[in-house]
Design a protein around this ligand. Structure first.
Ligand code: UTP
Length: 294
């Protein structure tokens, strides 16, 4: 398996879809049951053999750093009380070595990735969009992508979305070269439905060779004043090439309140300590919703 050991997690955005709470709490710290959303991303990275995590942050995002740091007073107190959560708290503090880089102005996803250039160095790296949480049977999406990277080079994860939703995504067009693989010809950022080249939308994760940084340095800010990662992908696609890979797994869009709520309920159903109570609650709710109103 190819050695992809670095991850970049851009988490510097304002999270406007989560206002007002994101005014004071980073959306990445909002809970899915009792864990912050960012933990799912970091655990997926570690599970795929990644041991260097570059977190791109901005003003007000320090709770993420604190979460993965050691908390000596808390640990000492939990130890004294023989508290059941001690092991979990310790595990989180020691699970990852995180390097943070600061994006001082929110100039877009492409700019956030570029901020990680020095920290990444001359290595291939996974970009994780922490809004998207993907679950499913092994191998994880990251492992699937690392396998494709080893065979084909830079690769982006795509998912089929209903045509009426294409205008919310970067959409890809290309030549199909495998059951789940396309050689990319173009990427269209948020196309209107009638201009979309396909319904294959870019979501969640990418693996790039370090060449992407040169492409990011070439692009300019578009009409909305942001450096678009998709513009750099387009340059790479015309150069050494990029593939799109339709992954296997279920995606939750935790960048919106409804998506986060869905992820919380569905992932609670996966937890042995909660499953029965959540099922009973949902059955009761379903019965209540089925009752005629008025
Ligand atoms: P989004 O476009 O979802 O923006 O960014 P956002 O700020 O997170 O949320 P909304 O749309 O305002 O609700 C996609 C990813 O890129 C990061 C975000 O943190 C998110 O993980 N990002 C975006 C940055 O790190 N910096 C930026 O300048 C823009």
């Amino acid at each position: 398996m190819t050695n992809v050991r670095t991850a970049v997690i851009p988490a510097a955005g304002f999270g406007t879809r989560f206002l007002p709470i994101s005014k004071a709490i980073p959306k990445e710290m909002l809970p899915i049951v009792d864990r912050p959303a960012i933990q799912y991303t970091i655990e997926q990275a570690l599970d795929a053999g990644i041991d260097r995590i570059v977190l791109v942050t901005s003003r007000g995002k320090t709770p993420m750093e604190d979460y993965f740091d050691i908390a000596p007073d808390l640990e000492a107190t939990l130890e004294r009380r023989k508290h059941a959560k001690l092991d979990e708290v310790r595990r989180i503090s020691r699970m990852a070595d995180i390097v943070t880089v600061r994006q001082k102005e929110q100039r877009g996803l492409g700019h956030a990735v570029l901020c990680a250039k020095e920290a990444v160095g001359d290595n291939p790296f996974v970009v994780f969009l922490p809004d998207d949480i993907i679950v499913g049977p092994a191998p994880s999406v990251t492992r699937q992508l690392i396998d494709v990277y080893g065979r084909r080079g830079s690769v982006i994860a795509v998912q089929e979305v209903p045509m009426e939703q294409v205008s919310s995504y970067g959409v890809v067009a290309g030549e199909q070269v495998g059951e789940r693989e396309w050689r990319l010809r173009e990427v269209v950022e948020k196309p209107p439905r009638d201009k979309a080249p396909s319904n294959l939308a870019i979501v969640s994760q990418y693996i790039f060779s370090p060449e992407i940084f040169a492409a990011l340095e070439r692009i300019t800010e578009g009409a909305i004043g942001e450096l678009q990662l998709t513009d750099a992908i387009q340059i790479l696609a015309k150069g050494s090439g990029v593939h799109a890979y339709k992954f296997n797994g279920t995606r939750y869009d935790c960048g919106t309140p409804l998506g986060l709520l869905q992820a919380s309920v569905e992932l609670a159903l996966e937890r042995p300590d909660m499953r029965d109570r959540v099922k009973a609650w949902l059955a009761g709710l379903n019965a209540k919703l089925g009752q005629p109103t008025g």
